[in-house]
Design a protein. Sequence first.
Length: 200
Amino acid sequence: MKKSLRGAGRLALLSMALALAGCDSLSEALGFSEDNTLELGPSCPRVAVGDDVGYIARYDGNGTKKENLLYAVKLAVPNGVCYLNETSIEVEMSLPIFVQRGPATEDREVKFQYWVAVARIDKTILAREAYETGAELRLDEVVEIVEEFDQTIPIEPGEPGSNFVIIVGLTLSEDELAYNRQPKIYGRLVPAVPEGSVTP
């Protein structure tokens, strides 16, 4: 599915103070590591999956066992190319998304939302757009969806693409975001260290 996030018309949609998917600031969605970023090239923006917003296991509200799972979604690192013009950077990007249907979903169709944001490396948000997508799956089936984008980023003459970052993330509830931010070992929550104890 081809989507577009275009130039100055999008800039009015957002202000610098806008929160991303429940984050208090853009810095909570940034933070790049080797496994969730991709350098498109020296003249291109960096693209990344936002910290803590690249995965969701959504349940039916009756527990977190396997039988309570509605679906799980994981974003992969986007791929793309860019073209540098005098007043803009044209980006063609594809976003792989992996979806699994759980036992608690009776309908074959799984729907969810994700967002794409453009920001300067000083954390100034230029644009953000949310999208809904989905897939039809059999029970426990995992499928890959590839969402495609054409993006135009306005620049000052001579400004490099490395001044910008494109961030993608899933639309999460506050509880889901808080859960994703908790430290985990092999998918399980790390037990909290009691106050006053000494860690090695």
